[in-house]
Design a protein around this ligand. Structure first.
Ligand code: ZN
Length: 576
């Protein structure tokens, strides 16, 4: 089912009710900040007594009581007025929050409780409030700060909306890749190996390999050249690319600059390696475009608290490519990149879940962007034309480009209702120049090429997680690690089961089940494992040389011969 959109202004009211109710029950509590989003709302507190999940219903009751009175006022204060106000009410976190703000500060007040309004508030109090979760959170999200208590909640206009919300939450649990991916034996984790470093098990590996081969084959058809580059490199490369100055904290560095002659790092990106490959030869205008692709690992030293399943990991595999082209080829390159993503997205059956975001510069924000007005204007016009001509569903986002050029992000909403970038195509006018890249044009002049960074299927781990959640584990037949399982009604048919198994092995991914278990039990078990086709054979099937086929959804497709079985679905990766 689709994500339930939570009204942000209603959530804002909920956050204020929450802060006020907590203050009323625990007068010594110190108020932190609050926020609203696709999760509803939260507010952070420093309690002087421990507060647990059991206490939430008491807070909810107080929120309902306050909601009925609901004397809310919204005001604007100068920084010094706001600091004075919060100082007077004995709220050190709010004093700090107001002290760091620029310009006027919005404040919302309910009864005696005032907080910094980092959220908008509707006029009418929500009629239904529900607190959903209690966790710890560092003040301002910084691990060096105090750990506060964060309480999450949702707010609605009616009980019906709450019921819909509950239904959605149940659906999310059913789809959570971190749960089903483990149940279906696709991946696991081991504390000895570490957080954000999942072990992909044989069936999960089969799925990722299938995706990877498919993407690599499609890229090869489209003129990409696959390369391998090292995971490990001397820091010199990242000093030249600028990563060392801007991104060192996010990198895994091996060695110590003060002690060692050579310091190494695990690569956070593939770009500088592909640039080195481009640079390894003299390039002529006739050689361009050059499309270098790699199924490349990337490493990010992220906070261990942020790790989750296959989506927040420290090491991932990107379907990466860098295309070096002449300025007059930008249109062609964007065109082909978009056509490839469109093909992949349609083949996966997720076209209704995605849209394109065209991220542009802001001509007035000269500090943020590389100063090349002509390049920005020309290339943005070219990219817009490509989107329009290909009839792509897109939104334009001003001031969202990378500092080095405009980009197209392929956006999707995940099952949690959160917008995420799945894949991206980015034009870069800066990096080629930084590395002194060139090609020789028809007049023998050295010209700097344009560079396009592009991920066709994004990070395999993340896309895999997205697909598991989208399909609630029941992947399309061609992606299923086991496409069919054959079993006998009793063990008397073991030899016929073996015959069918050998006949189909090599043509599709098949397993046989000759355990001494009841056939009904086996059918239930394999359906739960999301195996698309369950082939059941008894004496009748053996006599006729046929098979009976059921689906994981529980439909009985009847008796058929092998040729008819192959007509049922698409067992191989789609091609254009
Ligand atoms: Zn790149």
């Amino acid at each position: 089912m689709n994500a339930v959109e939570l009204n942000e202004e209603l959530s804002g009211f909920g956050a204020l009710l929450l802060a006020s109710a907590v203050k009323s029950i625990y007068p010594t509590v110190k108020l932190g900040g609050g926020s609203v989003g696709e999760f509803g709302y939260y507010f952070d507190f420093e309690f002087s007594v421990p507060v647990k999940t059991e206490d939430l219903s008491k807070i909810e009751d107080e929120m309902k009581r306050l909601g009925k009175r609901a004397e809310v006022s919204v005001m604007e204060k100068t920084k010094s007025e706001a600091v004075k106000l919060f100082d007077k009410s004995g709220e050190p976190f709010l004093v700090e929050l107001a002290g760091t703000r620029k310009g006027k500060i919005g404040i919302v007040k309910l009864g005696n409780t005032s907080v910094v309004a980092d959220f908008a508030i509707c006029e009418k109090s929500p009629s239904v409030v529900k607190l959903t979760q209690i966790t710890g959170a560092y003040w301002k999200g910084d691990a060096k700060n105090k750990m506060l208590t964060r309480i999450y909640g949702v707010a609605f206009k009616s009980k019906d909306e709450l019921a819909k919300y509950h239904e959605w939450q149940e659906d999310i649990k059913r789809r959570d890749h971190n749960k089903i991916g483990r149940e279906l034996e696709y991946f696991t984790t081991d504390p000895m190996i570490g957080q954000g470093l999942p072990l992909i098990l044989p069936k999960g590996a089969r799925i990722i390999k299938t995706l990877q081969r498919w993407v690599e084959d499609e890229e090869e058809k489209r003129g990409y050249m696959q390369v391998y580059t090292p995971d490990l490199t001397k820091s010199d490369l990242f000093k030249a690319s600028g990563h060392w100055t801007h991104y060192k904290d996010g990198m895994f560095v091996i060695g110590d600059e003060r002690l060692d002659d050579e310091v190494f790092a695990l690569k956070p990106m593939n770009c500088p390696f592909h640039i080195a490959i481009y640079k390894s030869q003299i390039r002529s205008y006739r050689d361009l475009p050059i499309r270098i692709s790699e199924t490349g690992k990337q490493y990010r030293n992220e906070n261990s608290g942020e790790m989750h399943g296959l989506t927040r990991v420290r090491q991932y595999t990107l379907s990466d490519a860098h295309i070096f082209c002449r300025p007059d080829q930008v249109q062609q390159i964007f065109d082909e990149c978009l056509q490839l993503t469109d093909f992949l997205v349609r083949s996966l059956g997720i076209q209704d879940r995605i849209w394109y975001r065209f991220s542009k510069w802001d001509p007035n924000n000269r500090e943020k962007y590389i100063d090349n007005k002509e390049a920005w204007e020309k290339s943005e016009a070219v990219i817009r034309e490509v989107l329009v001509r290909n009839k792509m569903k897109f939104v334009e986002a001003a001031d969202e480009a990378a500092f080095y050029g405009p980009k197209i992000d392929i956006q999707a909403k995940n099952v949690y209702g959160k917008e995420d970038t799945l894949f991206t195509v980015q034009l870069d006018f800066a990096l080629a120049e930084k590395f002194g890249l060139s090609y020789i044009d028809e007049n023998g002049q050295k010209i700097t090429p344009f560079l396009v960074h592009r991920a066709s299927l994004g990070a395999y781990e993340r896309t895999f997680a997205f697909l598991l959640e989208h399909f609630a584990g029941a992947l399309p037949v061609w992606l299923s690690p086991t496409q069919a399982v054959v079993m006998g009604i009793t063990n008397k048919q073991d030899d016929y089961v073996d015959e069918i198994f050998k006949n189909l092995r090599g043509k599709l991914r098949i397993e046989k089940d000759i355990r001494a278990e009841k056939v009904g039990y086996k059918i239930r078990e394999h359906s739960k494992k999301k195996i698309p086709y369950l082939i059941v054979v008894g004496e009748k099937e053996r006599e006729e040389g046929k098979i009976s086929v059921r689906t994981r959804e529980g439909s009985d497709l009847g008796t058929m011969n092998i040729e008819e079985f192959f007509g049922l679905g698409q067992f191989n990766a789609p091609t254009e």
